[in-house]
Design a protein around this ligand. Structure first.
Ligand code: ADP
Ligand code: MG
Length: 237
């Protein structure tokens, strides 16, 4: 479904993505894990067309999207839920969801809203509430719901667990599994490696811009190097 081959991304002199290759097949949950600053968001933003690589290629559904405008990429069925949610704080829950449907024919919006509300009953209860007054977990659900409004084939989530209490993190991860069961292929970026590896089928480990390891998520969860680097620090939390 998605094939990234040999991309390099720079911010001035900073080489943030180094010869990165990865792929996602239809129906999978794939996770990209790595420490803060490893380059995870850079890679998602490049796949979304917000940043560019001068090398390699990015193909989605057998089409080259490496030079395509971001809104065209969303139209093709590839959506991103950005880090830090980026919802419209002064708009209502429902208005935020409607904003996510900008690539869709407006006739389909009522059905799409019902589909999202079935997945997130909390959002339905709060459909008229101003988004800025939602809790952190509810704001994350709203950001994910908004991402689903474009009917993506592949949904990329950038650190959905960031800043959330453990109980909410579990809810968010349960919802990701649910979205996947309902047909969305998922590329999940996380610093919370343990949780991400527990729901993903395959994983890539990013270390200062390059893919250091890849494989089945359960193998990486048992891998001593991964444990030391990404799973150890969580014990005292
Ligand atoms: N807009 C930017 N300008 C300059 N450097 C940036 C910018 N965004 C990210 N970086 C740098 O690129 C590297 C990768 O960042 P990022 O992709 O955000 O990592 P992650 O999402 O894994 O935390 C970091 O060293 C970061 O400081
Ligand atoms: Mg990031």
């Amino acid at each position: 479904m998605l094939r990234v081959e040999g991309i390099n991304v720079y911010y001035g002199a900073i080489h943030a993505a180094r010869q990165v290759s990865m792929e996602v097949s239809e129906g999978e949950i794939v996770t990209l894990i790595g420490a803060n600053g490893a380059g995870k968001s850079t890679i998602l933003r490049t796949i979304s067309g917000l940043l560019r690589s001068d090398t390699g290629s990015i193909r989605f559904m057998d089409e080259n999207i490496g030079t395509m405008a971001p809104h065209k990429i969303v139209e093709r069925g590839l959506a991103q839920v950005p880090e830090g949610r980026r919802i419209f704080l002064s708009m209502t829950v429902e208005e935020n969801l409607e904003m996510g449907a900008y690539t869709q024919n407006s006739l389909g919006i009522p059905d799409d809203l019902e589909r999202i509300y079935a997945l997130f009953p909390r959002l339905k209860e709060r459909r008229g509430q101003i988004a800025g007054t939602l809790s952190g977990g509810e704001q994350q659900m709203l950001a994910m719901g908004r991402g689903l409004m474009s009917r993506p084939k592949l949904l990329m989530l950038d650190e959905p667990s960031m800043g959330l209490a453990p109980i909410l993190v579990e809810q968010i991860f349960d919802t990701i599994i649910e979205m996947n069961k309902e047909g969305a292929t998922i590329l999940l970026v996380e610093q919370n490696a343990q949780m991400a590896l527990s729901i993903a089928g395959r994983a890539y480990v990013l270390d200062t811009g390059h893919i250091a390891m890849q494989g089945a998520a359960h193998d990486l969860a048992d891998n001593e190097d991964v444990k030391k680097a990404y799973l150890g620090g969580r014990q005292d939390e």
